[in-house]
Design a protein around this ligand. Structure first.
Ligand code: NDP
Ligand code: KPL
Length: 337
């Protein structure tokens, strides 16, 4: 199989699968140099550690190297259209493609570019951070999910042996929407400049996330779009749970705080690396859906602006400042300003 886009998720999933299946990573030259020089090291929060020498990895630098029966797409959302265009002349009819990306639209973008392929939506629940060049750490738990399809029968055992069992689902759009609620924290985590665990342990930051989630849940509800249940509690309860006082929250949401102390969101990683973030695919999805309904999503719209500003010139936010700015965006919106 091929993993297209060797960053945090691509290197981690591809690297773990590499011990159980033939895996080629499609890499940028910069990452190829890192992997050839230092090899690929994978660790997780439970003490897992794996190292592969660079020369043992199958690295491809050209889209034409992506010819395989199964292709996992692991680029950021802004690069999906380009990847679709690169893969269109390369993949044979009937190739299975899984989009292991955040956001709601990536699988659809790939389907439009690859009409002869079977494109499945995927979901990565866990966090992966590149701690140093070539060293990727899984900082939270969770099970990979993808659209159920008979074409996955051949690859599923390799995922299971690699310790990344694939939960095949019939409700991936609802899964992706529920995951998007968690991803609303990506930007807030980046603005906080704190590790995820520290940020989520603080009620003031959690209330910021709860505000963004409440708005998203209301828009999904208005659009009659259901949310899958990814935690023991229904997704629509998340804002109320996040708003609990710290002591209560840490008891009710034990699993949500089972995070490696150093883990940070992929948006934080993007900002730190000076890359474009995925705010348009994440918060933008809520803003666009609201517009389709003739409504507004001021909190999520403002978050896009604040992250864009952060991309241009970093500033440090406190939770109180962010919450006040969010409250102001809601009241200025409802007063028609
Ligand atoms: N990191 C995480 O914890 C999680 C991420 N996700 C999602 O997974 C997806 C991937 O995220 P992540 O791994 O963090 O992203 P990264 O930016 O770490 O990795 C993406 C990689 O793809 C490369 N790439 C982009 N375009 C091409 C192309 N046309 N050809 C070859 N390589 C290309 C990028 O290179 P370059 O940088 O040079 O452009 C980069 O190395 C995103 O949708 C993200 O939201 C989901 C769950 C958790
Ligand atoms: C795992 C999670 C929700 C938070 O880290 C994520 O998807 C990301 O960082 O992109």
């Amino acid at each position: 199989m091929v993993v297209y886009g060797a960053g945090s998720i691509g290197c981690y999933i591809g690297g773990r699968l590499h011990l159980h299946a033939r895996v080629r990573l499609i890499v940028r030259p910069r990452m190829a140099d890192v992997l050839l020089d230092r090899g690929l090291t994978l660790t997780d929060l439970h003490g897992y550690r794996q190292h592969t020498d660079g020369h043992q990895l199958d690295l491809g630098l050209d889209p034409h190297d992506a010819h395989a029966p199964l292709v996992l797409v692991t680029v950021k959302s802004a690069d999906t259209a380009q990847v679709g265009a690169e893969l269109a002349p390369v993949l044979s009819a009937g190739t299975t493609v899984i989009s292991f990306q955040n956001g709601l639209d990536n699988a659809q973008v790939l389907r439009a570019a690859l009409p002869r392929c079977t494109v499945l939506a995927g979901m990565v629940p866990f966090n992966v951070l590149q701690r140093e060049p070539g060293v990727f750490h899984q900082g939270t738990d969770g099970q990979l999910m993808a659209d159920a399809h008979p074409a996955l029968a051949r690859a599923a055992p390799a995922f299971a042996s690699a310790g990344l069992p694939l939960d095949q689902r019939d409700d991936m759009p609802a899964v992706q929407r529920a995951k998007l609620l968690f991803n609303l924290n990506n930007a807030i985590n980046a603005l906080s400049d704190l590790p995820l665990r520290e940020e989520l342990a603080d009620r003031d930051w959690r209330r910021c996330l709860a505000l963004a989630q409440r708005e998203a849940i209301a828009i999904f509800k208005a659009a009659h779009l259901p949310l899958a249940k990814l935690t023991p509690l229904p997704s629509a309860w998340l804002p109320a749970v996040l708003s609990l006082p710290d002591a209560l929250y840490s008891r009710v949401a034990k699993r949500m705080l089972a995070i490696d102390p150093l883990a940070r969101s992929s948006t934080w990683e993007d900002l730190r690396a000076g890359r474009r973030t995925e705010v348009d695919a994440i918060h933008g999805a809520i803003v666009r859906l609201a517009q389709d309904l003739g409504r507004q999503a001021p909190v999520n719209a403002r978050i896009i602006e604040w992250v864009r500003a952060q991309e241009a010139s970093p500033r440090t936010w406190t939770a109180a400042q962010l919450r006040a700015a969010m409250d102001a965006s809601v009241s200025s919106d409802s007063s028609g300003v």
